[in-house]
Design a protein around this ligand. Structure first.
Ligand code: GLN
Ligand code: ZN
Length: 754
């Protein structure tokens, strides 16, 4: 038998138990004891599933109450400065993640950032020249003991020191010339202590994740890797792990490192194998990440068996089989899905991926039963042929360049829109969603369960929309939204209405903290067989004289936040979605909607890890967006929204989207990212978020004024909008109204001072 293992396992629980336990604890409805018990149960189930499927070890250290990078910060005693006086415990961990008010303090939530090109968000570590590290938080060691006590073989996972530094940022007080790489020697001292402590617990192998090995690192960071690993860093054996891309750009460095094995993501980058095998040191183990940890599709086991059988002969026990990356990014268990029809036979979630590893291992070892099983398995895949939609393909290939973009230039459109919309300077708006109250959620649940009729559900939605419009009128916002009460999720809603998607019931994946998403699954060509948003948008518009934004999710985001089929390119799928949205835009404006927002929060996250692939990606991403907006008349104002804080390197693409108004997330970075917009002479209108919606903290009028003032340093007032960072669905109405009220008051004070 070979060694099989996974790089990590979903920690949210099959029924999202961790989410509910966390939220109940945060509300004060349950005790810490209860929360701890839920976490313990999940770990126990996860480990048992790994053991039962024959994995060589259970992976320990992948569990997190909030985020594994934040775990690492606590382990290293690296707290943000604003929290340094606090004891490290569960509550201070949550305070660091979520922000904290009351208690005589007012701490902003920590910065979050996307985990490479996934939709997982980690808490960004903060560094400055006086960062001091020391081994603090004991969770990792406790859990290793816990797993041993349950009788498991244990392989801990830890985020490596170089990626940890790389993924962090300099804090507000860091000197401008501070280079966080200067902290590496000190950091390594603590890592050595950690590895020693792990070794003392009786561990043989540690999985040390250095996911930055998949990036095109400059020599500074390559040198840091050498400094960290050229001499033995751990008394245990180390499996050096990277994922999401090939490691070829760093091959020269990797082969010099004193580790004992290398894990490659051979799902994302199978072509790297051949090259790596030419230099892989004799003594090393190769952990082949052949089961894709990021998709929901069954693996083509016979193909993998064929591709790896000679390698198995060549490497013998040195070949390990693994998930390509942590299974954190895939849903947990297919068993409980009842509504997927035949598509179910094409799918594998985390638990099924464990079995795939098992079958694969047995088959590679020549076991007849496993070989038979793997063949049956793939026969099932082949029997599920997709239909070929030629009319859609014809329509796409017949598109002329003029049909792919808007008719007038931004300057011309701006003039027309100013006349028709008549907005005040610094127009105020929100990003789309309003609180998804318990009532809305209950009504949706009852409706889906057949307990609430269509008519009653519609009446309830109409009531929520009316309420949202009334509240916005009272707040005196300028451009209103209908509030998205009818949407559970900005992608799922469209996926349910468009042909070509299926939806799972429990296919949740953690996005950040207690927040989960349930990506739709693209199984076929995508078409708009019926209107998507017309009814609720026109209803909302009928209630007010102010413009109400039509609210669509953009093609790249729908694609990126779904599990996409793999038999056609992502560019082709995006184009299919764009055509559907293009029809919707045309119909919205016919229905009297003057402003339409096409959200693209995922454009950046969909970027390939390698810069060398960016241009190609951005080209098709931008053209898909433009195609979806191309049916808008000059007087229709197109907004787009993106929530992240790194625009420098994609500025040309962002400008090329040519949205009339772009709203972005900026409050956490104190507007500093607008520098990129000024530097690049971004021409269109911008709404930099003036407060962070991830945190329950209420921004003060002065905070908001200061941020708008700061924004005005970079962007002329004539092109500035005022809005929150993102949608408000996760907040309650009280927080929402208090914050928006301050936002509108701050704006009015500024207008009065012009
Ligand atoms: N319109 C969406 C909302 O407000 C946008 C969400 C997002 O950018 N993630 O919820
Ligand atoms: Zn957003």
């Amino acid at each position: 038998m070979s060694t099989t293992h996974v790089l990590g396992y979903p920690r949210i629980g099959k029924q999202r138990e961790l989410k509910f336990a966390l939220e109940s604890y945060w509300r004060g409805d349950s005790s810490q004891q209860e929360l701890l018990q839920v976490g313990k149960n999940i770990r126990q189930q996860n480990w048992q599933a790994q053991k039962d499927s024959g994995q060589a070890w259970v992976t320990v250290g992948d569990f997190a109450w909030y985020d594994q990078v934040l775990n690492t910060s606590l382990l290293l005693g690296n707290l943000p400065k604003r929290h340094q006086s606090e004891q490290i415990n569960l509550d201070s961990m949550f305070a660091i993640a979520r922000g904290q008010q009351g208690c005589g303090c007012n701490h902003a939530a920590s910065d979050m950032s996307k985990w490479f090109n996934t939709n997982y968000h980690y808490i960004v570590p903060e560094f400055s020249e006086d960062s001091v590290f020391s081994l603090q938080w004991q969770q990792l060691f406790d859990e290793i003991r816990e797993a041993f006590e349950q009788g498991h073989a244990v392989k801990p996972v830890i985020l490596g020191p170089v990626s940890y530094l790389y993924l962090g940022k300099n804090d507000d007080q860091a000197a401008s010339n501070f280079d966080r790489l200067s902290l590496l020697p000190q950091l390594l001292t603590v890592y050595r202590e950690i590895f020693q402590a792990i070794a003392d617990l009786g561990v043989e192998w540690v999985q040390v994740d250095e996911p930055i090995l998949g990036l095109e690192l400059d020599s500074q960071w390559q040198d840091a890797l050498l400094a960290a690993y050229k001499t033995k860093l751990s008394p245990t054996k180390l499996l050096l792990t990277s994922y999401f891309a090939d490691v070829l750009d760093n091959a020269e460095v990797i082969k010099q490192l004193a580790v004992d094995g290398l894990h490659l993501d051979l799902s994302a980058a199978p072509q790297q194998l051949e090259q790596v095998l030419t230099w892989l040191p004799e003594a090393w183990v190769l952990s082949a990440g052949v089961i894709n940890g990021r998709n929901v599709w069954r693996a083509n086991l016979p193909e993998i068996i064929e591709n790896y059988s000679s390698l198995k002969v060549r490497l013998g026990e040195r070949l390990w089989l693994a998930s390509s990356c942590s299974l954190l990014h895939s849903p947990l268990d297919l068993e409980s899905e009842t509504d997927l029809g035949d598509a179910k036979y094409r799918l594998a979630f985390a638990e099924q991926k464990l079995s795939e590893l098992q079958i694969l291992d047995e088959a590679l070892n020549g076991e007849a039963d496993a070989l038979r099983l793997s063949r049956q398995y793939s026969a099932a895949l082949q029997n599920l042929n997709k239909k070929n939609n030629s009319s859609l393909q014809q329509r796409i290939s017949a598109l002329t360049p003029a049909e792919r973009e808007r008719t007038l230039s931004f300057e011309q459109r701006q003039e027309i829109q100013q006349k028709s919309l008549q907005l005040p300077p610094l127009p105020t708006t929100t990003i789309g969603s309003f609180p998804q109250t318990n009532e809305i959620r209950r009504q949706r649940r009852e409706y889906k369960a057949g307990q609430l009729s269509q008519a009653d559900y519609d009446a309830a939605l109409a009531q929520h929309i009316k309420d949202a419009i009334e509240r916005q009128e009272r707040l005196d916002l300028d451009v209103l939204v209908h509030g998205e009460a009818e949407r559970n999720d900005m992608v799922e809603y469209f996926a349910e209405l468009l042909d070509g998607f299926i939806a799972s019931r429990f296919g949740w994946v953690q996005s950040y903290g207690s927040r989960c998403v349930k990506p739709a699954i693209i199984v076929d060509d995508i078409e708009r067989a019926k209107p998507l948003t017309i009814e609720w948008s026109s209803y909302a518009q009928s209630l007010t004289n102010k413009p109400v934004k039509g609210m669509l999710t953009g093609p790249v985001t729908i694609l990126t936040w779904s599990f996409a089929r793999e038999d056609i390119s992502r560019a082709q799928i995006a184009e299919q979605i764009a055509i559907a949205l293009n029809d919707e835009v045309a119909e919205l404006q016919q229905a009297g909607i003057q402003v339409i927002q096409i959200d693209e929060p995922a454009i950046r996250e969909g970027m390939p890890l390698k810069r060398s692939q960016w241009d190609d990606y951005l080209n098709w991403a931008v053209s898909a967006f433009k195609l979806s907006a191309a049916s808008a008349k000059p007087e229709t104002q197109i907004h787009t929204h993106m929530c992240y804080s790194e625009f420098n390197d994609i500025m040309p693409a962002v400008a090329a989207l040519d949205a009339d108004v772009l709203t972005i997330e900026t409050s956490r970075s104190a507007m500093s990212l607008l520098q990129a917009f000024e530097h690049f002479e971004y021409p269109n209108e911008i709404g930099p978020g003036v407060y962070d919606i991830h945190s329950p903290n209420i921004p003060s009028i002065d905070d908001i004024k200061a941020l708008i003032d700061k924004a005005a340093q970079w962007i002329p007032l004539q092109r500035l909008w005022v809005n929150p960072d993102c949608g408000l669905k996760t907040r309650n109405w009280q927080e929402t109204e208090a914050a928006l009220n301050n936002m509108v008051l701050a704006t009015k004070e500024l207008r009065a001072s012009f």
